[in-house]
Design a protein around this ligand. Structure first.
Ligand SMILES: [Zn+2]
Length: 254
């Protein structure tokens, strides 16, 4: 079987230095999808990839509220025709604001998980490219890793080398998803979603109790949600708390 190179990122890129984003809250935006792949199908693959990296290390990737705030921007373009090179990505080395990546528009992409073998696995390729976009370079030759330069279609998860590289940059995963009482690891989208879901519950309660839950109060809460400064303050407070926790964690482990 011929080897398919996952991407055009040079094998020496990022080696010898540890490239990473200064803030683990890394936003992703889907700007374009390759022909033959639906936006919904590609988005599902992104959801899965976000979950894989977020549970492997302390990075906190999420969909960006707006593309201009995204750290990782996904595009498509013709790279070199079918097989050959599948994609390419920029790495966050130095004072980089955004990393772009491109998926070859001439590939036949398999958008199912687990892969069916019919086409190139978008999930595995995306997992690899997003690894670059959070700063990880190619694994040394002979290492079994998602971040190896050549596609290993038999892999179904991040491998020890990949996880170690993620943790080297962002530490161990912090507590997983926020719990029902709210976590301090929420990003902006998660805060907004959390407040929106509370509003939905209140509205539902209002209906059930013939408006004993005050409609005016719900109105005020909805207006507050439109005030982006409020979300900014919440986000700032959460991040501050998180940094304090991380600082405490670092001093314990060192
Ligand atoms: Zn690569």
């Amino acid at each position: 079987m011929s080897l398919v190179r996952v991407c055009n990122v040079p094998d020496h890129a990022g080696t010898g230095s540890v490239c990473k984003w200064p803030d683990p809250n890394v936003g992703i935006a889907l700007m374009q999808v390759p022909p033959g792949v639906s936006e919904a199908g590609f988005s599902q693959a992104v959801d899965w990839v976000i979950e894989q990296w977020n549970t492997a290390c302390g990075v906190k990737m999420a969909w960006a509220a707006q593309a201009f705030k995204a750290r990782i921007l996904i595009y498509t373009r013709k790279i070199d025709g079918p097989a050959g090179v599948l994609a390419e990505s920029e790495l966050p080395c130095g004072p980089v604001k955004q990393c772009k990546q491109w998926y070859d528009s001439s590939e036949k992409w398999d958008v199912r998980w687990p892969p069916t073998g019919d086409g190139i696995s978008l999930y595995l390729t995306l997992l690899h490219e997003v690894g670059h976009a959070i700063g990880i370079s190619h694994a040394p030759d002979g290492t079994v890793a998602v971040m190896a330069a050549f596609l290993n279609s038999s892999l179904r998860a991040l491998q020890p080398w990949d996880i170690a590289q993620g943790q080297r940059r962002y530490g161990k995963p912090v507590g997983g998803a926020p719990g029902p009482t709210g976590g301090t690891n929420m990003n902006r989208d998660e805060i907004v979603k959390r407040i929106e879901s509370i509003l939905l519950i209140l509205e539902h309660l209002a209906k059930l109790t013939n408006n004993k839950v005050d409609d005016a109060l719900i109105g005020v809460a909805k207006d507050l949600l439109k005030q982006t400064w409020l979300i900014d303050i919440l986000l700032f407070l959460f991040q501050q708390q998180q940094q304090q926790q991380q600082a405490a964690g670092t001093s314990e482990s060192s």
